[in-house]
Design a binder for this molecule. Structure first.
Ligand SMILES: [Zn+2]
Ligand SMILES: [Zn+2]
Length: 135
């Protein structure tokens, strides 16, 4: 039987559980994912909708639909953290990996939209790794 993972937003008002049973794990480097995460890429896990259960604060979430392309974000209206959302075909649920409190078993399978990736990601991966703020 697969483990149940806990997840939620940074402020802690929105909480969910999801089965550690993901069929895909993509890091998406497209421009829209970079904008909406304000970071180098989105980290999206895909699972069946019945594997997800909201345990607190679902009413505090809000859904944004990007016009002209199938692109969605659900976020906590208090702290702005990204949260799971159903795919537009309503078959899967997409879980931003950073919203999990624990590590999923699956590892990233692909870097998608690599042609749109940012150069500072390449440079950042080569920068020294330090503990804490380093000064
Ligand atoms: Zn929050
Ligand atoms: Zn993307």
């Amino acid at each position: 039987m697969n483990k149940i993972l806990n997840g939620g937003c940074l402020c802690g008002e929105v909480r969910f559980t999801v089965k550690d049973e993901f069929r895909l794990f993509h890091l998406c480097h497209c421009l829209q994912c970079r904008k909406i995460t304000s970071s180098a890429f989105a980290s999206n896990l895909f699972t069946a909708q019945e594997n997800l259960a909201w345990t607190a604060g679902e009413h505090l979430t809000r859904r944004f639909e990007y016009p002209g392309r199938e692109f969605t974000k659900v976020f906590c209206t208090l702290c702005g953290s990204g949260l799971p959302f159903p795919s537009t075909d309503n078959v899967s649920v997409i879980v931003p990996a950073g919203s999990l409190d624990e590590e999923p078993t699956i590892e990233p399978l692909r870097n998608i939209f690599w042609e749109e990736h940012t150069n500072w990601l390449d440079a950042g991966m080569k920068a020294p790794c330090v503990t804490g703020f380093d000064e």
